[in-house]
Design a protein around this ligand. Structure first.
Ligand code: 0XW
Ligand code: MG
Length: 370
């Protein structure tokens, strides 16, 4: 089985309320790129990458588009089931740009599943569950609005709540964290995610002020070095998100004693093949992790929940999807992937289980092969 044709599509996946606000970046429009790989025996596999605007991480939509176009001609005639070889070829064709490689990697896993009538979760070792827990990130708001949102999330079945912090006075972050802790029963997992927006000093002050609240500090500062300076000075575990940029960076974060867990992103590490290694390293070191991506439609959602379902449940912190935050996704023929009672049901069907008819979409922006 060989890749005979590659088509690239794009779609706008804008936030429902106009803006998705984080400490030092706000996203108003998110452009996703979907790769279609067609094989010489007539199968079609799909993968996707959707950076969270240009400032969340170094990744950005126009970069994904350029990198995929750069690599595509060199991928024709490869066997998509050989995900290791496809990844090696991508590294020969282009240095870095893990996120763009992620879209191609996903499409290969989708094809591998379709060729063997297996779900991606089957190929990844098997699913522990048929629906996975999710969590919610509360955007910066007043104390009253934060309390109301927390109550609503509890009613909706969420058991893990992340407060977006940073980008405003520390006292506001502390007050909002306190009200969330007051509203929540003790078994709800709480996180403060500054998305790189705090200094080392901010983080220490926040942690000391919230010493009595069991919570996780997620990616408080910008660099790995700053997080290293926090070790021993904060009262809470540190989860690394934006700084876990690769499999090697993940290993370093664990072995250096900085990461107590991860907010892990599929596209940042380069797709399912790399994320499988991350999962296995986390399992070998008893390190908890989420399985998320930055943003995206049902292809990204399926890839993340399928991978999430294969993580040992005691270490799995859930999967966040952007669907509930979006005005709408791109059209698919399968049941849309959504959240119900704080959980996401894993699509059934071979590969990623997302049925696509590209007649529902605009014309591709690039085509390679025939
Ligand atoms: C809450 N998320 C998983 C969604 C956005 O991609 C940002 C992210 C995070 O934790 O930073
Ligand atoms: Mg995060």
């Amino acid at each position: 089985m060989q890749i005979a044709k590659i088509r690239l599509f794009d779609h706008a996946l804008s936030p429902a309320d106009g803006t998705y606000q984080m400490s030092i970046s706000a996203v108003t429009d998110a452009i996703t790129h979907v790769v279609e790989l067609e094989t010489d025996n007539g199968l079609r596999g799909y993968g996707e990458v959707c950076p969270l605007g240009p400032a969340y991480q170094p990744e950005f939509a126009a970069g994904a588009r350029a990198a995929i176009i750069e690599m595509a001609p060199g991928l024709l005639r490869l066997d998509p089931r050989h995900v290791g070889l496809v990844n090696a070829r991508m590294d020969e064709l282009l240095n870095g740009h893990n996120y763009a490689k992620s879209a191609i990697d996903l499409a290969c896993w989708d094809l591998w599943g379709k060729a063997t009538d297996s779900s991606v979760a089957d190929l990844l070792g098997g699913a522990y569950v048929d629906r996975v827990p999710t969590y919610w990130g509360i955007m910066p708001a007043t104390v009253e609005a934060t309390a109301d949102k927390t109550r609503q999330l509890l009613t909706d079945g969420y058991r893990r709540i992340q407060l977006k912090t940073g980008g405003r006075p520390l006292a506001d972050d502390i007050a909002c964290m306190r009200v969330i802790a007051d509203v929540c029963p003790p078994d709800i997992k709480l996180l403060a995610d500054a998305n790189r927006g705090w200094t080392v000093r901010d983080t220490i002050e926040f942690s000391v002020a919230c010493r009595d609240i069991p919570l996780v500090l997620e990616q408080p500062c910008s660099t790995f070095e700053e997080h290293r300076r926090l070790v021993g000075k904060v009262a809470h575990p540190i989860f690394i998100d934006e700084s876990s940029t690769s499999v090697a960076a993940t290993i370093e974060a664990i072995t250096s004693g900085v990461a107590d867990g991860f907010g892990m992103k599929l596209s940042r590490v380069g797709g399912l093949t790399k994320l499988r290694a991350v999962r296995d390293i986390c399992e070998a070191t008893n390190t908890p992790l989420t399985i998320d991506d930055t943003w995206g439609g049902d292809l990204v959602a399926s890839a993340t929940v399928q991978m999430g379902s294969t993580v040992r449940p005691a270490l799995y912190e859930g999967t966040w999807i952007s669907g509930p935050y979006m005005a709408s996704g791109y059209p698919v023929r399968s049941t849309p992937i959504g959240v119900d009672q704080g959980h996401i049901t894993i699509p059934t069907g071979p590969g990623l289980g997302v049925e696509i008819d590209t007649n529902d979409w605009n014309e591709p922006i690039a085509t390679f092969g025939q």
